[in-house]
Design a protein around this ligand. Sequence first.
Ligand SMILES: Nc1ncnc2c1ncn2[C@@H]1O[C@H](COP(=O)(O)OP(=O)(O)OP(=O)(O)O)[C@@H](O)[C@H]1O
Ligand SMILES: O=C(O)[C@H](O)COP(=O)(O)O
Length: 419
Amino acid sequence: MSKIENYNFSGKKAIVRVDFNVPFNEKFEITDDTRIRAAMPTIQKILKDGGSAIIMSHLGRPKGKVNPDFSLNHIKAHLAKTVGTDVIFAGDCVGSEVKAKAESLKPGQILLLENLRFYLEEEGKPKLPEGASDEETKVAKAEMKEKQKAFSKELASLADVYVNDAFGTAHRAHASTAVIADYFDTDSKMFGFLIESEVQSLDKVVKEPKRPFTAIMGGAKVSSKITIIENLLDKVDNLILGGGMTFTFMKARGGKVGNSICEDEYLDLAKEIEKKAKEKGVNLLLASDVVAGDSFSNDANTQIVSADDIPEGWEGLDAGPNSVKEFCHVIENSATILWNGPVGVFEMDTFAKGSRAVADAIVAGTKKGAFSLIGGGDSVACINKFGLADGVSYISTAGGALLEYLEGKELPGIKAIRG
Ligand SMILES: Nc1ncnc2c1ncn2[C@@H]1O[C@H](COP(=O)(O)OP(=O)(O)OP(=O)(O)O)[C@@H](O)[C@H]1O
Ligand SMILES: O=C(O)[C@H](O)COP(=O)(O)O
């Protein structure tokens, strides 16, 4: 593989896989463009060298069907404004018209391809009829594998060089993130600057973190974070579990959770995690008190209650003042801090104080010299909402990919280039 910093794109067409899977409001305005801005160093380098960039991405999960709501055309104007140059929209991602547009690209120009997931070939999962037999499934999967190769080859044929800068999608073994790399020789494929810096920053947490190492895992559900929580028990000194998952743990301890979000099928696992934490000497912190609301609304009536004694008809929606004090003391005295998932419903101001305090403590810890890393779509939205992004050492653009990397898994998008 080549190194982007040493590569000269002059006269070359580079096909760049980015992750422009960004959030929109109902007017199709981008509500957080972090991922677009994060791709700029790579795109600018290609253009500045005198190359042209063919940008490809997915947006949402259109499941192999053309759906105007998920068109990359919604991103075109914002991309053009961010790069500071016109963007040509291809209207499709493969086919003769796209090929012609790619061929006529001049140095300094950008061609934006249509959403790759309008084709089933991108994800490589065949659509199976209901009740398909094992044999039918096997045949359909083999056929799709061939189609995926052809699709990847066609994408590759648009350019001289392949750059993968989509860290947010590096955990997917898709046509544009992995298979395409087979159609470029070693010197003509590389990571973009974003993947390089994501890996470098995550390694500070994964490999030999400075101690004490504190992870704050929050969010709505235990189920979506269970593997990472188990895995972190081998790495961290302090594990703060907040947000909705608090109540599965509280119920597992025999507490009353009222109407709080709770996953009964994970009660045994929650007990197991508490036991393992004790065995491994990990300081596991759960909220001692919470702000409960009488409805899931910013206008709810609220009261502060013990986290294991939520009255019927009430639900825990934020960490309470005592919990916040306990969490922040640990965070501010850490040398490595990882935050994934808000500790309350931060989208509603009434229940945002806990997450705000955690964010402030991370900034304070960082000022004292800690390395802090925040990842996950909602956590990044949360730190941006508070205007504190500059006070953190690194903000990852990834959600699922970040968690898989932290779990120690080899990401297909990285393996495809590194070999
Ligand atoms: N006590 C709670 N009850 C219900 N929902 C909660 C609670 N605490 C936090 N949440 C919700 O959890 C959501 C964030 O969880 P999630 O696990 O998705 O975070 P993330 O990992 O940062 O984001 P992503 O999954 O997009 O990468 C927020 O929308 C927040 O409102
Ligand atoms: O937002 C993300 O985590 C990435 O863009 C990957 O999206 P996916 O989960 O739909 O593959």
